[in-house]
Design a protein. Structure first.
Length: 363
């Protein structure tokens, strides 16, 4: 099998033309009263930006070729924007795939996984699939990762997982706490920081830290703020030796040029992130304020989701709202009276409030 270097393919990717952009807000029509509102999977209600959609359509013509050219162009552009070396960025079919591979690579039957609860459950599932022990540590009073408790949970852990902002709570763990985790984790372990939602927050990313730490892996995705959940496109950022350990389990599996060109167009759009971040924050905070005024506690979210204490078994609320065309969820075992809600469009959040007000008192 012929080996092709990233650096050589980056030169090819650099030849791609810059893509224009249109008004991203036109990406999704408002729902009608008969449509189901989907606030259950942390998807974007807006989908890919118009520029990304145009690029993805052009990408269909490239489907007859392997996607290496566009893979390395995407990795190179992200690296350039972040001020890191291009060989520290790898492209995957969604960050979920990279996360699963990380668990398989860095944990074993004798070197376990330490993570928070409630948090994204995929690492736990991956660890259990190959009999690695899992230590789940409750979030602290601020609903952030309890880093001291996580460090004490398993002295022989192979991997510590920090989702920041956290899914499902949307809450932030301070940068100093993440730095503490990196400095004091078990010898030989890897810290994995999942930044799937970082673009919604004002907190700094830790991507630049990979320049100085060979035991840090950072994950990014195009599924959230870029609205490309169905396109399955994500990045793993870390020392080349860490990325090689992930590649053993799978690589070069991104859906051809459609997803990759959409990702490139998204990164090239200089205004998309700020627009979507501001709109998400406004709609999220409006809804949380509305809920609090009616006596419902919510997590202090910095993401495109938040959790509500519905003061009763949350599964009942999920079922009641779902029966009236509003899908929310999920419910985590340790927080049985809390439910996660994704931030949708203006019309979707209005529909959520209407149905919530009418149904929650009845269940």
């Amino acid at each position: 099998m012929v080996s092709v270097s990233r650096r050589s393919l980056l030169a090819l990717g650099a030849a791609l033309p810059l893509l224009g952009r249109l008004d991203w807000a036109l990406a999704a029509p408002p729902p009608t009263d008969t449509e189901t509102v989907l606030l259950n999977y942390n998807e974007s209600p807006y989908g890919p930006s118009p520029a990304a959609r145009e690029a993805m359509q052009r990408g269909i013509a490239t489907a007859g070729r392997y996607p290496y050219k566009h893979m390395y162009a995407l990795a190179g552009l992200f690296a350039q924007q972040q001020g890191i070396a291009q060989d520290r960025v790898a492209v995957f079919s969604g960050s979920m795939a990279a996360l699963r591979y990380a668990v398989l690579a860095f944990t074993s039957e004798v070197r376990g996984l330490v993570m928070a609860t409630p948090s994204y459950e995929v690492p736990r599932q991956a660890a259990e699939s190959h009999k690695a022990p899992v230590r789940e540590v409750d979030l602290n009073r601020e609903h952030a990762h309890d880093i001291p408790a996580m460090l004490a949970a398993d002295p022989s852990a192979g991997m510590l997982y920090v989702c920041n902002p956290n899914n499902p709570t949307g809450t932030l763990t301070p940068t100093d706490a993440i730095r503490q985790a990196l400095a004091n984790k078990p010898d030989g372990s890897v810290l994995v920081v999942d930044e799937a939602y970082i673009d919604f927050a004002d907190a700094p990313s830790v991507v630049s830290w990979v320049k100085d730490h060979d035991d840090l892996l950072v994950l990014r995705t195009f599924s959230k703020i870029y609205g490309m959940a169905g396109a399955r496109l994500g990045l793993a950022i870390g020392h080349p030796a860490l990325l090689e350990r992930l590649a053993v389990f799978g690589g070069d599996n991104v859906p051809a040029g459609t997803s990759l060109l959409g990702g490139l167009a998204s990164l090239e759009d200089s205004t998309l992130l700020a627009q979507r971040k501001a709109l998400n924050a406004r709609l999220r905070d409006e809804t949380v304020t509305w809920l609090k005024a009616r006596g419902f506690a919510c997590t202090a979210s910095h993401s495109n989701c938040f959790m509500i204490d519905v003061k009763q078994p949350a599964e009942r609320v999920v079922e009641a709202l779902g029966a009236h065309g509003v899908k929310i969820g999920r419910v985590w075992t340790r927080w049985p009276q809390w439910v996660r809600v994704t931030v949708g469009s203006k019309e979707e959040m209005a529909r959520f409030r209407q149905v919530f007000a009418a149904q929650v008192a009845r269940v």
